[in-house]
Write a protein that binds this ligand. Structure first.
Ligand code: ZN
Length: 240
């Protein structure tokens, strides 16, 4: 437990920001999306969990034992807090089939305050890109301002070349595309052709290996900040 990212990074960060959690959304069961959650929930036991985890997953079993709240994410769910609307766009209930790939069940969350939109898509791949486009199509003749549009997009599947189809990028038409990926990770994320696909459309691509924690505030929506720039010391080298 001492070694996981929840314990070492997420809990101290949220404590420093003086934040408590009402709800925790886990896109899917892969360990890079669920590792460290036990530490976060132990610290915030009142937070409800929304996820695509299977009912027999160890996290949900532990939560049931402690009377925690958990719900399966399904397209159509929504809630509103302090003027901010949260909507689950994927997966539809019928996608929960035995043997379904975990990436394909990634909970896709749209967060909107009426002026700006953030879209968090987990590890969806091309098939889910297409399904989202088919279900949430842009109004005819209007490019890039359809229901999938977002100012900030958390790039699908860490920038894998199996995601971020041209049609999907066109529909979301983000100002920023954020990639969460480790420096020189073994998967080669983000794929250079995917980064190029965003940049060719004028989208600013920012990756966590170079930026560190990315901060964006809807009250200053024109800019974003990289933790590595804010806390840079003269002995820190920029990652090539
Ligand atoms: Zn992942």
């Amino acid at each position: 437990m001492d070694g996981d990212a929840g314990h070492r990074v997420v809990v101290p960060l949220l404590q420093r920001l003086d934040l408590s959690l009402d709800r925790l959304v886990l896109s899917h069961r892969d360990s890079d999306h669920t590792g460290g959650v036990a530490a976060v929930l132990a610290w915030q036991p009142h937070a409800s969990l929304l996820s695509s985890l299977e009912p027999e997953h160890a996290l949900l079993r532990a939560l049931r034992l402690s009377n925690g709240q958990a719900e399966r994410c399904e397209a159509g769910q929504s809630w509103q807090w302090d003027g901010v609307r949260f909507e689950v766009l994927h997966p539809p209930a019928q996608d929960y089939l035995p043997g379904a790939r975990s990436n394909s069940l990634s909970c896709v969350l749209r967060i909107s305050n009426g002026a700006q939109i953030a879209l968090l898509v987990g590890d969806i791949e091309a098939a889910q890109d297409a399904a989202l486009l088919a279900r949430i199509a842009a109004p005819p003749g209007v490019q890039g301002v359809g229901a999938l549009h977002a100012d900030v997009l958390l790039v699908p599947h860490h920038g894998s070349k199996t995601s971020s189809t041209p049609a999907f990028i066109d529909a979301v038409a983000p100002r920023w595309a954020w990639v969460q990926a480790g420096y020189r990770n073994r998967f080669g994320h983000p794929a250079p052709e995917v980064v190029a696909r965003y940049r060719a459309r004028g989208v600013a691509v920012v990756d966590s290996a170079h930026c560190g924690a990315m901060q964006w505030n809807s009250a200053q929506a024109q800019g974003m900040q990289c933790d590595r720039d804010l806390s840079r010391r003269y002995w820190h080298h920029g990652a090539p």
